[in-house]
Design a protein around this ligand. Structure first.
Ligand code: NAD
Length: 349
């Protein structure tokens, strides 16, 4: 297989992470050099042992470069991707692929015209916690799954500079939201029929600093997707309900469990005092009525993102991250913004 030679535009947090930690471990991709408008980042490129091109044009003029990674603020993805495609390069864009479905359609049209490939780094399809949730859905350890709650909660506000501003593609829907929505749309089959959403703007930025979206699939499955940046007490990363049990993945350390009904003890539980009242309904189940099990092993997703990109560029495989899937997420995001703005439940597909 031919090794894919890469260049990077935008050598900030994520661009340098690709260089140091992602590309460097892959046998079939290699980074030649990068370009960043910030002189301090140009220095970092050279210090990391790569060519720091004088300009983006110089990077694009290098005939060795097969694939350009765009890892700039979100509002720059479109012009930089188009420039690279028109220079005859294949392009890999960081997420969100673009700021809107229209932008992505425009770029895909240019890619088609140029006869070049356009990829999007939806890397969280490979996350171990998400692979475990995939196993819960596919293997039905807790019965048929009918509700998934997927949350990331932080307490540090919105980090960095451009992420605070709408015009640069800031806000949490376009940041973490893209990942969490991509995971669920990749996992669950069939159309989404209903979308409810609310955003939070408690930090004083002109973009959302968090959001909650509730999505209902035609199959009846409901998902709650939530991103928060002012959550000093976190809720679990995943909470999954099946017909005969409940699973929880608490955090990135993959701690959690599955609690399933044994069907053995069906006697009515003893009422407990709850607040100023009594309840049987909310009394804990007896030890015989439930079984605590470890989380299942994650369903592997292979090969790695970059290996798949190299295979596609060598004509040896189909893509794991399809552009129509990426477009569907951006379309859903448009509906989420609208549902939040209008306080309405909206149809999607
Ligand atoms: P960052 O601010 O750390 O880095 C952006 C870099 O782009 C900066 O060094 C800046 O100087 C440079 N830049 C801006 N305009 C440029 C231009 N016209 N030409 C060249 N360089 C330019 O931001 P970041 O956190 O690295 O985010 C970059 C992208 O990566 C965003 O799209 C973000 O959504 C994405 N990202 C993805 C993941 C993931 O897990 N897939 C994680 C973090 C960030």
């Amino acid at each position: 297989m031919k090794k894919i030679i890469m260049g990077i535009v935008g050598y900030g947090g994520m661009g340098s992470h690709h260089a140091r930690n992602l590309i460097s471990v892959e046998p079939n991709v290699e980074l030649k050099g990068a370009y960043d408008i910030d002189p301090a980042r140009q220095k970092a490129i050279a210090e990391d042992g790569f060519i720091a091109y004088d300009s983006y044009e110089a990077l694009l003029a290098d005939p060795d470069i097969d694939l350009v990674l765009v890892a700039t603020p979100n509002d720059r993805h479109k012009p930089l991707a188009i420039q690279a495609l028109e220079a005859g390069k294949n392009v890999l864009s960081e997420k969100p692929a673009m700021m809107s479905p229209q932008e992505l359609e425009d770029v895909l049209a240019v890619a088609k015209q140029a006869g070049r490939e356009f990829f999007v780094h939806q890397n969280r399809r490979w996350d171990p916690d998400f692979r475990i949730v995939t196993a819960l859905v596919e293997q039905q350890q807790a019965g048929e799954v009918f509700r998934i709650e997927s949350r990331v909660h932080g307490a540090n506000g919105i980090p960095g500079d451009w992420r605070h501003y709408k015009q640069y593609g800031g806000g949490m829907i376009l940041d973490w939201g893209v990942h969490l929505l991509d995971q669920l749309l990749y996992l669950l089959d069939g159309p989404i029929v209903r979308v409810q959403a609310e955003t939070s703007q408690v930090l004083g930025n002109d973009c959302d600093d968090g959001f909650t979206a509730t999505l209902t699939w035609a199959s009846g499955i409901t998902a709650v997707v939530e991103v928060g940046t002012t959550n000093f007490i976190k809720l679990p990363r995943w909470y999954v309900k099946g017909a005969s049990g409940t699973a929880q993945i608490t955090d990135w350390d993959l701690s959690g469990e599955v609690v399933v009904a044994t069907g053995v003890d069906t006697t009515a539980p003893t009422p407990i005092q709850a607040g100023v009242g009594l309840t049987k309904t909310m009394a804990p189940p007896t030890e015989a009525a439930i079984r605590r099990e470890p989380l299942p092993a994650g369903v592997p997703l292979e090969p790695s993102f970059y290996e798949n990109v190299a295979e596609v560029l060598n004509g040896k495989a189909t893509r794991i991250v399809q552009n129509d899937e990426v477009l569907r997420v951006l379309r859903l995001i448009t509906v989420i913004f609208k549902a939040a703005e209008t306080h309405q439940t909206l149809p999607f597909e």
